[in-house]
Design a binder for this molecule. Sequence first.
Ligand SMILES: Cc1cc2nc3c(=O)[nH]c(=O)nc-3n(C[C@H](O)[C@H](O)[C@H](O)COP(=O)(O)OP(=O)(O)OC[C@H]3O[C@@H](n4cnc5c(N)ncnc54)[C@H](O)[C@@H]3O)c2cc1C
Length: 467
Amino acid sequence: MQYDVTIIGSGPGGYVAAIRCAQLGLKTALVEKYDTLGGTCLNVGCIPSKALLDSSEHYHNAAHTFGTHGIELKDLKVNLKQMIGRKSEVVKQTCDGINYLMKKNKIDVHHGLGSFVDKNTVKITAGDGKTTEIKTGKAIIATGSKPSTLPGIEIDKKRVITSTEALNLTEVPKELVIIGGGVIGLELGSVYARLGTKVKVIEYMDSLIPTMDKALGKELQRVLKKTLGFEFFFKHKVKSAVAKGKAAVIKADDSKGNEVEFKADYCLVSVGRRPYTDGLGLENIGVKTDNRGRIEVNEHLQTSAPNIYAIGDVIKGAMLAHKAEEEGVFVAESMAGQKPHINYLLIPGVVYTWPEVAAVGYTEEQLKEAGRAYKTGSFPFKASGRARASMDTDGFVKVLADKQTDEILGVHMIGPRAADMIAEAVVAMEYRASAEDIARMSHAHPTFTESMKEACLAATENRAVHI
Ligand SMILES: Cc1cc2nc3c(=O)[nH]c(=O)nc-3n(C[C@H](O)[C@H](O)[C@H](O)COP(=O)(O)OP(=O)(O)OC[C@H]3O[C@@H](n4cnc5c(N)ncnc54)[C@H](O)[C@@H]3O)c2cc1C
């Protein structure tokens, strides 16, 4: 079989690249080692975690805020089996949707482990060991990532678990220790805390979501403690985590070097993800990985073999589904002779806790470090009528703008529906809007987005109206 392009890996990078290649008239093959398409994001990442976040949020609201809304419930209880079952159904529908899209775009899907025999030959080894070889003009590596771990941590997938197992628990833990205060740990921690689990987070750094603007981590820490009873242990270095009977035992050194021990019925290890290239046969095509295991690519996302490209979690940059998708489109269009463009500064980052956290552009810390003259404007949700109506008054929107030109340089928000609201900031920054441009645009009342307008008014000449 001869293809113009073969894509290895069917996550958001791979399947989107396949669709764009097919749209551009290239004969396209997609190789996936698992039975279902969609990769980490659809099967064990973005979609199932959001499904459980939504279910647990409904429960938490029913238990804690319905009464204030004047809604009385009796005998409220969690049916975890049903909750996980609904999540699995959402995953199934979404994966089936990818099958449909592959058929619609006449993309040949091959199930099995893909590995390079040479630069133009991909061997596919099916689950039963049967192998086939396909010939290809070009290839895209989109093999994604897997959960990573630390020395001393023994993941047994029963008591010491990764995000994959946390999406399929059969009981609500009484206590859950989370190693790592980043996005995945806080999202899955929120799911179980809302269902009644006591959650403790052990973090090596001195703040949550440490790569985002510091103000966001601080506010998120305050709210998670207040609303869900999270406990945080910062500047703690985990030395070991092991399963002992029906418990997980975690040992760490605190900031003073004293050993502390934690015991819980589960320990979720969420210390990041590592690029995945196992079994890919990179050695047969001379493609190198860097010291963090990421495939090295140039600005066109080409590997050292010019007909082979790499995208998504397996290369440098934010490990995000929408980043992988943009790169998939970028590579497909480059192959077709177009001149696409990705503005990496404008890839938004989101944490789907409640309140949600979302950001785009430079953080205040980055602007300070670069010595750039900037101004800030903030607006708290407690001053928003819409937020008061829905009782979602925690958080704020913070806008950073160039001191001279007023161009928006970064937007950082924590609050209701921040994940959706950040799109306005992305559009504004792509078109290089000034804070005053946004401040002068009509925002429907009452909406959460008015807080973006107010923060822009505050950044323009400190002229926010409602505070
Ligand atoms: C719990 C969790 C929640 C997340 N939530 C979000 C979120 O809300 N928003 C967001 O943007 N990102 C989120 N992410 C991250 C997101 O899932 C990844 O950034 C995204 O899936 C990366 O896409 P990808 O296409 O690069 O790789 P992947 O989605 O990892 O897909 C790679 C695919 O390649 C296949 N593969 C690997 N090697 C081979 C081989 N040799 N042959 C054949 N097939 C192979 C794998 O089986 C897999 O299907 C989350 C991740 C996790 C774990």
